[in-house]
Design a protein around this ligand. Structure first.
Ligand code: ADQ
Length: 469
């Protein structure tokens, strides 16, 4: 088994006193601990304006894994991260052409940082290392590494949707982006729909074909392109949720609710998550089903994110305005329908709140997978499980067949589904929940990590190389 090199925009360098990293980081660092590994990416820090380019990554060791991080300049971050990654690729890949902003300056910054990463990573790579690159910030990395002679096996996983060709081709440099994907040996998407979109693009643009064994030839390179749906640490999360009765925050929240049913939503403040539409659906539900007023409380836990991108500030105002309107309209002296909380909550408390909730609202307008949906299912009490109301446009919908599926653009329909979820009899709740739980127990984050790495391992190794590159 070769050593594993993971590359991602941010690197979860373990530091004493900080809370443990999420499931993905645990799975990836677990794989690296087993075989030796290096995790490379941005440090999260900015370089002082007069510092020039970093000449080497900063290394730290922990439990057999080396963490190599690079500081980036303000300008690089503006162009590569806030600019091309988060104002072009993120909205476009989430079908939001209206929110994209394409500039040559941002695109140049995107390539500049990918090139910088390749130059700083290359000296750390040994000839037989397997390299696994994560997400849309780093699509060109393999091509950059190959351009300086790196012949290692390289895999790429896209955590967000891969859009259909009519949307992808809105990107002026779409041809380059797909050519860059073809520099990898394995490309992983979240769902079969993403693979289908890739296949349609390849066929329409006449740049390759699918082989009988399922792999693709694109621009003359053979690439395995498959769906590897991301999972969570299902059993661990279920255990944490079951033990959460003792958690002080969960206890206090339960007490404050009395015998009202809890409806919960947990998302980063991001326009892809459909938070505004969801709050509107809750408002419609209160209008159409007045008997539920005073008998349920909707808790929306939403930490702010990407404040440096203007669209996020606009959305923050919109959601806060909606939340205020609902509470102004429907609140009683002793009841507030919506608790809107802009903060993160620790894993234990989160697991306990999911478990206590009767309904989980996961209604993104578009989502690569959505781990909250899986966490909600994992956390339920098998004897009295809650109902997952899930957008058909979340990647998770292709796996979680026991959810109540909803179209988040259909506000009235979603309002009706909230009522249906609250009224659902216990037997139906149990049936729906158990099929979902079985699925996520088998296809957990360890399965995801293992199956991607097996595919990468089994791809024909590039011709051997002497020494380091
Ligand atoms: P995200 O868009 O960040 O991930 P998601 O999959 O839902 O979305 O993961 C969010 C994580 O953050 C969950 O583990 C959740 O528990 C946690 N979280 C959210 N709000 C929180 C809060 N208030 N307090 C504490 N924790 C909170 C991207 C893609 C997804 C894909 C993942 C993984 O957009 O589609 O599922 O990567 O591939």
């Amino acid at each position: 088994m070769s050593r594993l090199v993971v590359v991602s925009n941010r690197v979860p360098v373990p530091t004493p006193g900080t809370p443990p990293a999420g499931g993905l980081a645990v799975a990836l660092s677990g794989a690296m601990k087993a075989r030796g590994g290096l995790w490379f990416g941005w440090s999260g820090r900015t370089l002082p304006p007069d510092a020039g380019e970093p000449r080497a990554a900063e290394l730290t060791e922990s439990e057999g894994v080396t963490y190599a991080v690079v500081d980036l300049s303000e300008r690089d971050l503006d162009d590569y991260y806030a600019g091309f990654s988060n104002r072009m690729l993120w909205p476009l890949f989430h079908y939001r052409m209206d929110l994209t902003e394409f500039t040559r300056v941002n695109l140049a910054g995107y390539h500049r940082v990918n090139r910088l990463f390749s130059r700083l990573l290359a000296p750390q790579i040994a000839a037989d290392d397997a390299i696994w690159v994560h997400d849309y910030h780093l699509i060109p990395l393999a091509a950059e590494l190959r351009s300086i002679g790196c012949k290692n096996r390289m895999g790429f996983f896209l955590h967000i949707p891969f859009p259909p060709p009519d949307i992808l081709t809105v990107l002026p440099n779409h041809a380059d982006v797909v050519r860059s994907l073809a520099a990898y040996d394995v490309v992983g998407f979240q769902t079969p729909i993403d693979v289908e979109n890739f296949e349609t693009y390849v066929r329409r643009e006449k740049i390759g074909r699918r082989l009988p064994d399922g792999r693709f030839v694109v621009h003359g390179r053979t690439v395995r392109v498959e769906a590897y749906p991301v999972g969570i640490e299902t059993q661990t999360f279920a255990d944490v949720a079951a033990a959460s009765e003792r958690n002080a925050l969960v206890r206090r929240t339960k007490e404050s609710l009395g015998d009202r049913k809890l409806i919960i939503g947990v998302d980063r403040l991001d326009y892809s998550k459909g938070i505004a539409e969801r709050i509107q659906a809750f408002e419609t539900f209160l209008l159409l089903d007045p008997e539920w007023r005073g008998r349920c409380t909707y808790l929306q836990i939403t930490p702010k994110s990407r404040g440096e991108v203007p669209e996020y500030a606009a959305m923050e105002r919109e959601v806060a305005g909606l939340a205020g309107r609902i509470n102004g309209t429907f609140s009683e002296l002793d009841w507030t329908p919506l608790r809107y909380v802009n903060r993160t909550v620790g894993r234990n408390a989160l697991a306990g709140l999911y478990r206590y909730a009767r309904v989980g609202l996961v209604t993104p307008l578009r989502d690569g997978m959505n781990l909250v949906a899986k966490e909600f299912v994992a956390a339920q009490d098998p004897e009295n499980p809650g109902v997952l109301l899930l957008s058909r446009f979340a990647g998770a919908a292709s796996e979680l067949d026991g959810a109540l599926l909803t179209n988040p653009y259909d506000v009235d329909g979603t309002a009706g589904s909230i009522a249906r979820a609250l009224d659902m009899p216990l037997e139906e709740r149990k049936d729906r929940w158990s099929s979902m739980f079985e699925r996520i127990l088998e296809y957990d984050v360890a399965w995801w990590c293992r199956s991607f790495l097996d595919a990468l391992e089994n791809e024909e190794a590039a011709p051997p190389q002497a020494g380091r590159i």
